[in-house]
Design a protein around this ligand. Structure first.
Ligand code: GLU
Length: 284
């Protein structure tokens, strides 16, 4: 473990946070606290169509109500400002330029649907089909930076086995090119994908452990490829179990029943500690 633990919570302000977010973020906070480290709040507000400032404010209020605090964030500032992704486009552009020069990415004119959803983290149900490689060059090729108005994809030329050891789930492996394919890094409208923005910010902000939901494990493998291509060391990972409703379905932001707002209104004061105990104890 590096000298100072730096963890992060990274909500997307596309709706009110629910009990599932609470479980993951409380776990992140507990791990930062146990390591005498710091917790960073990053506002993942890249998706301008779906994100709203009132949800950013609500997320912070709800998380503070839960008893969470952070040492750096959009409200507090800090050495890695700004902490809102919508204000960090220059960093993403630099990184995408580097990836282009190093021939890690190529322009692609396929698949509108996937491009539309690339700004958000693909939670398990949203996982994309494997890209068939229609626009992929057969050799690593340096493209001119002037290629605007196209999407850029990460090149996975050969199937490649990837590994990491998860803090909760133990050894994890996947084969890039078989379990997932060439993924979007940059969109034609001038925005990075979630994969690039998240990996780059975790690196620039000195995050030593990423705590997030288990539905993002495939994204972790994609981001491992990005860290490597950017010549950065990947952080440690801890993928939390997901909370489900009584029918076994993953909680969704659109379902108000599990929203922290709703729970706050019900004044159920003791459930956050129950949740935390549950999420820490529920090893598979
Ligand atoms: N903003 C992403 C989400 O809410 C964060 C995912 C992550 O922790 O990397 O799904």
């Amino acid at each position: 473990m590096p000298a100072t633990y730096r963890g992060r919570i990274a909500p997307s302000p596309t709706g009110f946070l629910h009990a599932g977010h609470a479980a993951t973020f409380l776990t992140a906070a507990a791990r930062a606290h146990a390591a005498h480290g710091q917790l960073i709040y990053r506002n993942d507000d890249l998706d301008q169509e779906r994100c709203r400032p009132e949800f950013t404010t609500a997320a912070m209020e709800d998380l503070r109500w839960l008893g969470l605090d952070w040492q750096e964030g959009p409200d507090l500032g800090g050495p890695h400002s700004p902490y809102a992704q919508s204000e960090r486009l220059a960093f993403y552009l630099d990184a995408s330029e580097f990836l282009r020069q190093q021939r890690w990415i190529y322009p692609c004119s396929c698949s509108r649907r996937e491009v539309a959803s690339a700004l958000s983290a693909p939670h398990a149900i949203d996982e994309e089909p494997i890209y068939p490689g229609t626009c992929r060059p057969s050799q690593p090729t340096e493209f001119p930076s002037a290629t605007r108005g196209v999407n850029w994809r990460f090149r996975i030329l050969h199937p490649q086995q990837l590994f990491f050891t998860d803090g909760l789930r133990g050894p994890q492996s996947a084969v890039a090119g078989r379990d997932f394919g060439d993924f979007l890094v940059w969109r034609r409208d001038g925005f990075p994908s979630y994969q690039l923005a998240s990996a780059l910010d975790d690196s620039l902000m000195g995050i030593t452990e990423v705590v997030r939901g288990a539905d993002l494990i495939t994204s972790t493998f994609r981001q491992i490829l990005i860290w490597r291509a950017l010549e950065q060391v990947a952080p440690a990972f801890y993928h939390c179990n997901l909370l489900t409703d009584a029918a076994g379905k993953r909680l969704a932001k659109r379902d108000k029943k599990h929203a922290l707002r709703t729970l706050r209104e019900q004044e159920t004061r003791d459930w956050p500690s129950i949740l935390l105990t549950k999420s820490l104890a529920s090893r598979r």
